[in-house]
Design a protein around this ligand. Structure first.
Ligand code: ASP
Length: 317
């Protein structure tokens, strides 16, 4: 993206573990939260400059377990001031995780703007080996600049998941996957570096498919990967006349190398190959460039059995 097209995002820093300092890379408890300034945080993630025009502001630098009503009010008021400015497109608030859900909920009720407001924190201090803060900040800015975030209310971005401030709660004392929305789940995810909201997909009246007069659906087979897989089932499916193959890959739709050539051959014979996943949750994204070059499609958040039905309908057209 051209630098001139980048949005203006303010990082409003309040402290927390994301700005926390421990005495060693392996110290994960008993560190000082709110030890690093917003300038320090930003210096640690130069990649932000490619995503937005970033400016930093320090509202306070505290452990969020000691947040006060006065600070909460100041934060809400400062958000409203910033969001009212034409040259501000969104606000990312760095915050301790202990009371993040309270702040997010309060702001959700008091921010008067449709521009994105995203709270972000970390479960491991900035000094930790595998600190989660830097990537969380990058992801929070990605959420803040995403057009689909506007009007969604105040959001929390933690551990690749996007939550509503209305729903989110901290559920574990230490795990990086501590934030959950126990009554509904996340609003979206970051997968493959991209923001994905759980959106309502076209259905019924908007669906492009029409089965009027259709008497049979095209054959689409599911190939379920496993250790030691070979191409036998792909060959069998092709011999049976499959017009599509759903590959229930491992992880994010990974393909066993012993089967890849067979799948590529299938594509060259006009058979549609779609990568899905056997893991049971998550999104399958584009993956390796090689897979894209070979013409393999990917199933997004559809499990293999649903990807199969969608492909059967698509093949009718
Ligand atoms: N005690 C820290 C805080 O809430 C915990 C954290 O940020 O993860 O500021």
């Amino acid at each position: 993206m051209e630098k001139t097209e980048l949005k203006n995002i303010v990082i409003l820093a309040t402290g927390g573990t994301i700005a926390g300092k421990a005495s060693s890379g392996t110290q994960m408890t008993g560190y000082t939260a709110g030890a690093y300034s917003v300038a320090d945080l930003l210096a640690g993630v130069p990649e932000l400059g490619e995503l937005a025009h970033i400016s930093g502001e320090q509202l306070c630098n505290i452990d969020s377990s000691s947040l006060t009503d006065a600070l909460l009010l100041r934060l809400a008021q400062r958000c409203n001031e910033l969001l009212a400015q034409e040259d501000v497109d969104g606000v990312v608030i760095t915050h301790g995780t202990d009371t993040m859900e309270e702040t997010a909920f309060f702001l959700n009720l008091t921010v008067k703007s449709a521009k994105p407001v995203v709270l972000v924190g970390a479960m491991r201090p900035a000094t930790a080996v595998s600190a989660d803060g830097p990537l969380n900040i990058i992801n929070a800015v990605k959420v803040a600049v995403d057009a689909a975030s506007a009007g969604q209310g105040v959001l929390v971005m933690m551990n690749d998941e996007i939550y509503s401030g209305r729903d989110v709660t901290k559920t574990n004392t230490a795990n990086v996957a501590t934030f959950k929305a126990l009554n509904g789940g996340p609003l979206g995810f970051i997968v493959g570096g991209e923001v994905h909201y759980r959106s309502m997909r076209p259905h019924t009246l908007q669906s492009e498919f029409d089965v009027t007069g259709v008497t049979a659906l095209p054959r689409v087979d599911i190939i379920y990967t496993h250790i030691g897989e070979d191409r036998v089932f792909v060959d069998a499916a092709l011999a049976a006349g499959a017009r599509g193959l759903i590959y229930a890959g491992s992880g994010m739709g990974s393909i066993h190398e012993a089967v890849e050539a067979a799948l590529a051959e299938a594509v060259s014979r006009g058979v549609v190959v779609v990568r899905s996943s056997r893991t049971g949750s998550g999104i399958v994204a584009a993956g390796l460039e090689r897979w894209q070059e070979q013409g393999f499609l990917y199933a997004d958040n559809l499990n293999p059995q649903k990807a199969r039905l969608l492909l059967q309908l698509a093949l009718l057209r």
